[in-house]
Design a binder for this molecule. Structure first.
Ligand code: GDP
Length: 336
């Protein structure tokens, strides 16, 4: 009897293996999720649907911060503490805004997290943030669900604090951790102002050696600034701490605050409400993409759009009139 090669695994085989925590099956299923080929997508959707009842049981954390702040060093140290001392099973997904494919990207370089990448209780996977189906986060969202089905109870999603991925990640996670450097203002670090307001916890990393005092001062400043923001809907008061991925100082405190946070948002119902809000957002996002896809697959629609664009550019009709003509041609109800 020959064993079927993984290429030909049926959906059921994938699901069974993923639920048993099989990393090979998980990795291959994620590759299907990332694929744009229709037959891969179809299989991915079927796997996801069967895995769905086994998802949602993890604590989802977004980690963002400027390049060089120490995100991967932090995840290596913090993640190791979680798997070894807290008995957690950890999945690390790195969203790489510079890459459309997972291979060969800087963030995908596993050697950045040497210990974690050989830790039996950790799974590291880069997530391409290019023009994947359904926008920046769709791929990562589905990957996260597969990891949950495979029994990972803590998901860390790493993203660089530039571009749009760090704001998008807030709609994927339960908790947002912002890593910052001591002794540099927001502008110098190149992070967007809004991200400070979105954070549930700010950790001033590299609080060691000569930078310890600067880090403490920064923690004080950010701690005060956080109190000036309007109260969060989650009922959680964001905090600022110092830590060092190098000496591991402050890492337990970070985890302690995450545990406190979970206590608050589980009790007041925000965790569940927020996940519902996120699911709705993802659906709406996908719906918009699906509409575009349907639209641009229709030759007639493309022609109608081209004609309408020309009329608008030439100043022959108003934008509203051009829009109405395109929509009327598609048998959609007029929106005016
Ligand atoms: P990333 O770009 O945010 O992922 O940052 P890396 O984790 O690659 O770290 C950038 C540099 O900072 C590396 O040389 C690290 O060794 C160093 N680094 C990271 N965390 C710490 C820390 O807590 N203390 C010190 N002194 N250096 C750190």
């Amino acid at each position: 009897m020959s064993i079927p090669s993984s290429k030909n695994w049926a959906v059921e085989a994938y699901v069974e293996r993923i639920l048993q925590g099989d990393r090979v099956a998980l990795g291959k299923a994620i590759t299907l999720v990332e694929s744009t080929r229709p037959e891969h997508r179809q299989k991915a959707e079927a796997i996801l649907e069967n895995c769905l009842p086994h998802t949602g049981n993890s604590f989802r954390v977004g980690i963002t911060g400027p390049p060089g702040v120490g995100k991967s060093s932090f995840i290596e140290a913090f993640g190791g503490m979680l798997t070894r001392e807290q008995g957690r099973r950890l999945a690390v997904l790195a969203i790489d805004p510079t890459s459309q494919v997972s291979q060969g990207s800087i963030l995908g370089d596993k050697t950045r997290m040497e210990q974690l990448s050989t830790d039996p209780n950790a799974f590291i996977r880069p997530s391409p943030a290019g023009k994947t189906l359904g926008g920046v986060t769709n791929c990562t969202h589905e990957t996260m669900l597969l990891c949950e089905a495979a029994g990972f109870d803590t998901i860390l999603i790493e993203t660089v604090g530039v571009g749009q991925s760090e704001t998008a990640v807030a709609d994927l996670v339960d908790f947002l951790l912002l890593l910052l450097l001591p002794g540099a203002g927001d502008e110098l670090q190149g992070i967007k102002r809004g991200i400070v307001e979105m954070a549930d916890l700010i950790a001033i990393n590299k609080a060691d050696g000569e930078r310890l005092e600067l880090a403490r001062a920064a923690r004080q400043d950010y701690g005060q600034a956080l109190h000036l923001f309007p109260a969060k809907e989650s009922g959680w008061q964001p905090k600022a701490v110092t830590c060092s991925a190098l000496t591991r100082a402050g890492l337990e405190k970070v985890w302690g605050l995450m545990v406190d946070y979970q206590g608050v948002v589980n009790k007041n119902g925000w965790l569940e409400a927020n996940r519902k809000r996120q699911k709705l957002l993802h659906f709406q996002d996908r719906f918009k993409h699906a509409l575009f896809e349907v639209f641009f697959n229709e030759e007639e629609a493309k022609t109608a759009l081209g004609n309408a664009e020309k009329l608008v550019v030439d100043g022959q009709v108003t934008i509203a009139e051009a829009l109405a003509r395109v929509l009327a041609g598609l048998n959609f109800r007029k929106t005016r």
